[in-house]
Design a protein around this ligand. Structure first.
Ligand code: PMP
Length: 336
């Protein structure tokens, strides 16, 4: 077998979080998904879907992959397209930073920047643009990550078993934020198929619809609001989010996630993205509600290297105001 970068996806290490304020008798483990070659957990889902598409003949040699994404999924698609000789066209709203666009272009992807300030059903919207390109380009392939069941299946068959085996099945709870729901539905689904007593807790940012939908069964558009943590929460129900797997949904805010990012960097030496901060914050909240002994697991989806100009930038932090009007500068002060 020839070894390509894609073969380096998965089998990520699991580390124990030990320096934070975790109640006695509770252990918290984090799977370092930012060590995947494309830099995030999304490598797994993209690899799984492309492998499947190649097997069933939906993706022919040299074809074009089209997707609406600017984030980690885009980076994974660009990486696999480069490795396997496909053309990648990624559509995104114009609010996406130049830096992120450059990363995708560096790996040979074509980026199509669409206006942010248009209605979701407008032909100019970036999702509609991707769909149109998919219709127009013969033989093109779209992953459709929000609604494609293979997204969660990737985690059911890889990440879930890796976690189960690393801990010898001694798991009390899996805790994670989510957007498409692929991560939590796939990992949570696998763990509960092995032991239905395992808690599966979704962390949902204030400004997303999942929390209210889980607890009250309604999608409330008034819930939708802006927040800083990237890649998690939603303004619509993704088909991949399997609510039957979830045992609880807890809300977090930017302050919870960003302050935890700073603590993880300084105390554990883990430089992570905002969703990782949210995930560890959530583990500690769940830890407070569990009786020892208990083992809680989460994933750290991407690296803080992608957020040095935001989460780890004192100037940016000083400009931000959280919902309570306070700023985030305190935790970024240099030690005396
Ligand atoms: N964290 C980050 C940084 C992400 O980019 C994503 C994917 N959007 C997630 C978490 C959530 O993963 P999922 O889409 O599998 O729910």
């Amino acid at each position: 077998m020839r070894l390509h970068v894609g073969n380096a996806v998965g089998a990520t290490p699991l580390v124990e979080i030990t320096k934070l304020d975790i109640p006695d008798g509770i252990r918290v483990f984090a799977k370092l998904e930012f060590l995947n070659p494309g830099g995030s957990i999304k490598d797994r889902m993209v690899k799984y879907i492309l492998d499947h598409a190649e097997r069933v003949g939906a993706l022919q040699p040299g074809a074009t992959i089209v997707e609406n994404t600017s984030g980690n999924t885009g980076a994974a698609i660009a990486m696999f397209a480069a490795e396997r000789g496909y053309r990648a066209i990624l559509t995104m709203p114009d609010k996406v930073s130049q830096e992120k666009q450059n990363v995708l272009r560096a790996m040979g992807a074509q980026t199509i920047v669409c206006p942010t300030a248009v209605r979701p059903d407008s032909p100019e919207h970036y999702v509609e643009t991707a769909r149109r390109l998919h219709r127009e380009i013969p033989g093109s392939f779209m992953l459709n990550q929000y609604d494609n069941p293979l997204n969660a299946e990737a985690h059911f068959h890889t990440t879930g078993p890796e976690i189960w085996e690393a801990l010898g099945g001694r798991i009390t709870a899996f805790v994670s934020s989510g957007s498409t729901g692929g991560t939590i539905s796939g990992i949570g689904g696998y763990l509960r198929s092995k032991n239905p007593d395992i808690h599966v807790v979704l962390l949902d940012p204030v400004g997303s619809i999942y929390h209210k939908y889980f607890h009250e069964g309604v999608v409330d558009p008034r819930e939708i609001a802006a927040y800083h943590v990237e890649g998690v929460g939603e303004d619509h129900l993704a088909k991949c989010m399997d609510f039957s797997v979830l045992t609880n949904v807890i809300r977090f805010n930017d302050r919870n996630a960003i302050q935890m990012c700073h603590e993880l960097a300084r105390k554990e030496g883990l430089l992570c993205g905002g969703s990782s901060g949210a995930n560890i914050w959530g583990c500690i909240e769940v830890a407070k509600a569990l009786k020892p002994p208990a083992v809680i697991v989460t994933v750290l989806p991407d690296s803080g290297a992608k957020y040095v100009s935001k989460i780890y930038n004192a100037d940016w932090l000083a400009e931000q105001r959280f919902a309570d009007g306070s700023s985030a500068t305190v935790s970024m002060r240099s030690p005396a």
